[in-house]
Design a protein around this ligand. Structure first.
Ligand SMILES: Cc1ncc(COP(=O)(O)O)c(C=O)c1O
Length: 316
């Protein structure tokens, strides 16, 4: 029966498994997925080019940089602007100068870079593979469809976006699909089952966007003191958190006060890894001292957001 189907001009149902196929492998978290990719892709001496905005914490280490150190990969950084977009000129220069094997793009807080197409083209023209780090951008990819399709590989962090203790995924796109068989080695039988298919992604994404848009409205009257990093949320972007800049007050004081009051805010990244040199990347340091990430996830109701913003306004 399939033989007859395949010889038809238009088959009665889809029969070609390669069409829109995205081989996806489960891992304990995004960092172990990244490490597995590095181990398969890099040869001794190969380098990875990373954004100059990567943090570290006592409890969690560095989700992005630990795999680089653990695999002993060579590394360098490209410049990010104060609003976390990529400095194209610096990226272009580093692609030529450093000749990396892999370029890492991080879609911070769920927002892909506005120049994503141009950036991936630049890398591919230079013969460089692209990894889209979507630890924050699961729903911008799965629901919004605005990222995760141009790069050669993608990593996800399920536990950052869904109520899980752990969980990560590695997706192989394009040319890296050939790594598929070799990655078998890294597939662990001990992984707990992450039942991500049991969740309503569109429902979650809609709630997250609604919450983030509501916060933008609530912040407007005092945006001179607390300025959203992005003034709008482009179509298809499903935020992980809403990043804001605390302009005149101590960010750390606001962070601790809000958490003490029961509002779970974070600061990604309050401490940059030591390898990112403050003199070379002053804008990254500027941002890391001011950023505060307000929660907008699917558990939160609009009235709780209102009370959080009232407290925030008092504090600044
Ligand atoms: C941008 C980014 N990528 C990757 C990771 C690693 O995620 P996971 O905790 O799933 O290993 C993190 C968090 O640590 C992150 O913020």
């Amino acid at each position: 029966m399939p033989e007859i189907e395949k010889s038809m001009l238009i088959t009665k149902k889809p029969v070609t498994s390669e069409v829109f196929f995205r081989p996806t492998f489960p891992f304990l978290n995004a960092r172990s997925a990244f490490k597995a990719l590095l181990q398969e892709l890099l040869l001794p001496g190969d380098a990875v080019l990373l954004p100059s905005y990567i943090g570290w914490s006592q409890n969690e280490g560095s989700g992005v940089f630990d795999p680089i150190q653990e695999t002993g990969a060579e590394f360098s950084f490209y410049r990010m602007t104060r609003d976390l977009t990529i400095d194209l000129q610096d990226l272009s220069f580093k692609l030529t100068q450093k000749k990396p094997k892999l370029l890492v793009l991080i879609h911070y807080f769920g927002y892909p870079d506005p120049n994503l197409v141009k950036i991936v083209t630049l890398a591919h023209d230079a013969g460089v593979y692209v990894l889209e780090d979507e630890a924050h951008a699961l729903f911008s990819d799965w629901v919004g469809g605005v990222c995760g399709r141009l790069g050669d590989a993608v990593i996800f962090s399920l536990h950052k976006m869904l109520p899980f203790e752990c969980g990560g995924l590695l997706v192989l796109n394009r040319s890296l699909k050939s790594l598929n068989d070799r990655l078998t080695y890294f597939k662990s039988n001990d992984l707990p089952e992450f039942d991500w298919w049991n969740y309503d992604f569109v429902g979650i994404a809609t709630r997250r966007r609604q919450n983030a848009l509501h916060l933008l409205d609530l912040l407007r009257p005092f945006s001179d003191r607390v300025t959203p990093l992005h003034s709008e949320i482009p179509l298809g972007v499903i935020p992980q958190t809403l990043p804001v800049l605390i302009n005149h007050t101590s960010r750390d004081a606001v962070y601790f006060a809000l958490n003490d009051l029961g509002y779970g805010v974070v600061s990604l990244y309050h401490t940059l890894i030591l390898q990112i040199d403050a003199a070379e990347f002053p804008d990254s340091c500027w941002l890391s001292h001011r950023i505060l990430n307000l929660p907008i996830h699917q558990d939160i109701s609009l009235d709780l957001l209102q009370s959080m913003i009232a407290k925030l306004e008092d504090l600044v």
